[in-house]
Design a protein around this ligand. Structure first.
Ligand code: S3P
Length: 167
């Protein structure tokens, strides 16, 4: 089984992924970490030096590779992974995979991302909370159509990490 965690930036994919992996004795694979390792560059450097299209191509390439070669893992995707190319169809076509959307509200995401935007090239340039709210509001609306296709949707607002992992 591969448990695939998806959701917007800062929705808790990596944190919940690690905790869930410990609990069920699976390994955790973080797609951004795989990209950084294979490309020998940070996500920020890849966006800056090679552009977003290159990043998206690599993201799909490594996603396919992981799905084809792994089992008993929790796979934490990047926030954009389900929303490009045929990635969501690919994810849903995996018999041995279960997809989970960690759904967080706009205010929760904005609060978290105000503190954590520096490492995220899509929003690093945004300065004020108002601008960030406007950007994420639109972006999340567009992306929700993809995320909501996940087999399981877990609302994470006001739940502890433990409760989310259990769910
Ligand atoms: C992205 C999310 C990031 C990373 C890249 C692009 C996105 O991952 O893949 O910066 O398009 O939402 P996280 O969701 O782990 O921040």
């Amino acid at each position: 089984m591969i448990i695939i965690l998806m959701g917007y930036m800062a929705s808790g994919k990596s944190t919940i992924g690690k905790k869930l992996a410990e609990k069920i004795n699976y390994n955790v694979v973080d797609l951004d970490d795989v990209i950084e390792e294979k490309e020998k560059a940070t996500v920020t450097e890849i966006f800056k030096n090679k552009g977003e299209i290159y990043f998206r191509k690599k993201e799909t390439e490594y996603l396919k590779e992981i799905l084809n070669t792994s089992d008993k893992i929790i796979l934490s995707l990047g926030g954009g992974t389900p929303c490009f190319g045929n990635n969501m169809d690919l994810i849903l076509s995996q018999e041995k995979a279960k997809s989970v959307y960690l759904k967080a509200s706009l205010p929760k995401l904005v609060t978290k991302l105000m503190k954590k935007k520096a490492k995220r090239p899509l929003i690093a340039h945004i300065e004020t909370e108002e601008e960030l709210t406007e950007f994420i509001g639109k972006h999340l609306f567009e992306r929700s159509a993809y995320y909501n296709r996940a087999e399981v949707v877990i609302s994470t607002d006001n739940k502890s990490k433990k409760e989310i992992v259990t769910e």
